[in-house]
Design a protein around this ligand. Structure first.
Ligand SMILES: Cc1cc2nc3c(=O)[nH]c(=O)nc-3n(C[C@H](O)[C@H](O)[C@H](O)COP(=O)(O)OP(=O)(O)OC[C@H]3O[C@@H](n4cnc5c(N)ncnc54)[C@H](O)[C@@H]3O)c2cc1C
Ligand code: FES
Length: 279
């Protein structure tokens, strides 16, 4: 029998970490209560889920973990009612997880390609999932070179700092970090991600660019990628529209004929150019 798509899987919060105190961001590692839930919830990086709390509601969040690691990770900024309630929860609390929802990054198309991964600010969650997936020993050989450029306003606004340092110590990917405003301890790039991108001049040949970030970063990154010779079909973006059902039924997230929740949130720039400019 097909599972009711509105029904969440019961899960528990196994771990809570403060990712960024000043910006009110926490990460939550969840475990399904029922082993069948864990077996059924087959996802790939790029997808999202609706998290739910009884009596509060539900809200969509990108899945920040890779299926190659244990548990489901979400990184959540406290902005309103749902996220404030989630932030108040401790390890052991129960939560609903509905999904996985939406389209993942195009993993079949990414195989054999060089990957240019560009992230900005707090939208690095599904990119973290993608990098973890690519670096898994069972997967790394399936991809070419991996270049990551990640920018934030200040050094303490970079997320997953322990992992970023571990990735920078590896020789099978290059990770460039940049901040708009350095502090006295910062020794890496200073300036916006497009400065780093244009300085590094990655070759567009056999390369796919994957971008997640705030709209202003995306706008200027697209201009830089065009200058570098990346075609619209080689640029992959993930959109964050307001959503409700997450399964293409309520019409909350549509852009023209496309539902961002069901047909996206991952699109190529070529696909987006064919849509009305509402996003
Ligand atoms: C596909 C997808 C993936 C997402 N992934 C993440 C994630 O990994 N981490 C994370 O912290 N958030 C993520 N979001 C945003 C998250 O869903 C909202 O922050 C959340 O719904 C806010 O709920 P709330 O009840 O706390 O706030 P509300 O009371 O609903 O709103 C508070 C404020 O946040 C703004 N807001 C609410 N939803 C959105 C949205 N979707 N986009 C922009 N502004 C919004 C409102 O305009 C308002 O100003 C994602 C959204 C989508 C659609
Ligand atoms: S959120 Fe309901 S149709 Fe997309």
């Amino acid at each position: 029998m097909t599972r009711n798509p509105y029904l969440p899987y019961p899960a528990r919060i196994e771990q809570v970490f403060v990712e960024n105190e000043a910006r009110d961001i926490k990460s939550f590692r969840l475990a399904f209560e029922d082993p069948c839930g864990a077996a059924e919830f087959q996802y790939m990086p790029g997808q999202f889920a609706e998290l739910s709390l009884p009596g509060v509601g539900e809200a969509p969040f990108g899945i920040a973990s890779s299926p190659t690691e244990a548990g489901l990770l979400f990184t959540v900024k406290r902005v309103g009612l749902f996220t404030a309630e989630l932030h108040s929860l401790e390890e052991g609390a129960r939560i609903g997880v509905r999904g996985p929802l939406g389209k993942a990054f195009p993993w079949d198309r990414m195989a054999g390609k060089n990957l240019l991964i560009i992230g900005g600010g707090f939208a690095f969650t599904t990119l973290r999932a993608a990098i973890r997936y690519i670096l898994d020993p069972a997967n790394r050989a399936r991809f070419g070179s991996v270049l990551v450029i990640y920018g934030a306003r200040t050094p303490d606004e970079l997320m997953y700092r322990g992992e970023l340092a571990a990735w920078q110590a590896r020789d099978d990917l290059a990770v460039h970090l940049t901040v708009d405003k350095a502090d006295k301890d910062w020794t890496q790039h200073e300036g916006v991600v497009t400065n780093v991108l244009e300085g590094l001049k990655p070759c567009p040949e056999n390369t796919l660019a994957i971008i997640c970030g705030p709209p202003i970063m995306i706008k200027f990154t697209l201009l830089s990628l065009s200058k570098l010779g990346f075609s619209d079909g080689a640029i992959i973006l993930s959109l964050e529209m307001r959503m409700k059902c997450g399964i293409g039924k309520c019409g909350r997230c549509n852009i023209g004929s496309q539902y961002v929740c069901k047909d996206g949130p991952v699109f190529t720039r070529e696909q987006l150019k064919a849509l009305p400019t509402e996003y």
